[in-house]
Write a protein that binds this ligand. Structure first.
Ligand SMILES: Cc1cc2nc3c(=O)[nH]c(=O)nc-3n(C[C@H](O)[C@H](O)[C@H](O)COP(=O)(O)OP(=O)(O)OC[C@H]3O[C@@H](n4cnc5c(N)ncnc54)[C@H](O)[C@@H]3O)c2cc1C
Length: 155
C-alpha cells in the first residue's frame, strides 16, 4: 500500500527556503578500518592536540585530523578549519624535535551567517547576538568571498 501524495501534500508559502539537510564527513576509510574512532556523526574523534583519540590514548598519536573530518567543533566552518592547520603544524614540529605536542585547540563560539541574495541575509555571531541585512551584506552577501579568492589567486 503506497502513500497517496495528493492527499498528504501541504502547500506552504515562504519568502525563501534554506536547504539544511546537514553535511556528512567523508571518513569512509576510517569507518572501514577503525569505526570505533568515529563519533555518532561520523567525525573522527580527536584530542585537543588534534591527534586521533584512541581508547589506549596514544597508538595513533602520529595521525592528525584537520577540518570538517574531525569532531573538534560543534559546527563545521571554514573559519575553524583554518585554525586547525597551525595547531597541527606546531605539534608536528614538536614531535620532530622529540617533544610532546603542546599546542591545544579550543573551538570558537557557535556562529552562522546566511547570505540571501547580494543585499540580504541573517546571522547569529556571538552569544546569540543576531545581525541582519547591513551586516551580512558587508561581510558576505555582496561578494560571497569571491573578492578574497581573486586577491589570493593574483598572488
Ligand atoms: C553551502 C556551504 C556554505 C558554507 N559557508 C561557510 C561560511 O560562510 N563560513 C564558514 O566559515 N564556513 C562555511 N562552510 C563550511 C566550510 O565550507 C567547511 O567547514 C570547510 O570547507 C571545511 O574545510 P575542509 O578542508 O575540512 O573540507 P573541504 O573544504 O570539504 O575539503 C575537503 C576536500 O577533500 C576532497 N576529498 C574528499 N574525499 C577525498 C578522497 N577520498 N580523496 C581525495 N580528496 C578527497 C574533497 O573533494 C574536498 O576538496 C560552508 C559549507 C557549505 C557546504
Amino acid at each position: 500500500m503506497g502513500l497517496d501524495f495528493a492527499e498528504t501534500m501541504v502547500l506552504t508559502l515562504a519568502d525563501f527556503l534554506i536547504v539544511a539537510t546537514g553535511g556528512q564527513p567523508r571518513t569512509d576509510l576510517m569507518r572501514v578500518f577503525k569505526p570505533e574512532f568515529l563519533d555518532e556523526k561520523g567525525s573522527v574523534k580527536v584530542k585537543s592536540t588534534l591527534q586521533i583519540q584512541t581508547p589506549d590514548n596514544g597508538s595513533l598519536d602520529h595521525f592528525f585530523v584537520a577540518g570538517d573530518a574531525n569532531n573538534a567543533d560543534p559546527t563545521k566552518q571554514a573559519a575553524w578549519a583554518d585554525l586547525h592547520g597551525p595547531v597541527i603544524a606546531a605539534n608536528i614540529v614538536s614531535m620532530i624535535n622529540g617533544q610532546r605536542p603542546a599546542k591545544h585547540y579550543s573551538s570558537g563560539t557557535l556562529l552562522g551567517g546566511f547570505a540571501i541574495g547580494p543585499k540580504g541575509g541573517a546571522s547569529q555571531i556571538y552569544r546569540g547576538l543576531t545581525f541582519g541585512e547591513w551586516f551580512m551584506t558587508w561581510i558576505k552577501s555582496k561578494m560571497s568571498y569571491t573578492d578574497e579568492f581573486q586577491e589570493f589567486w593574483k598572488r
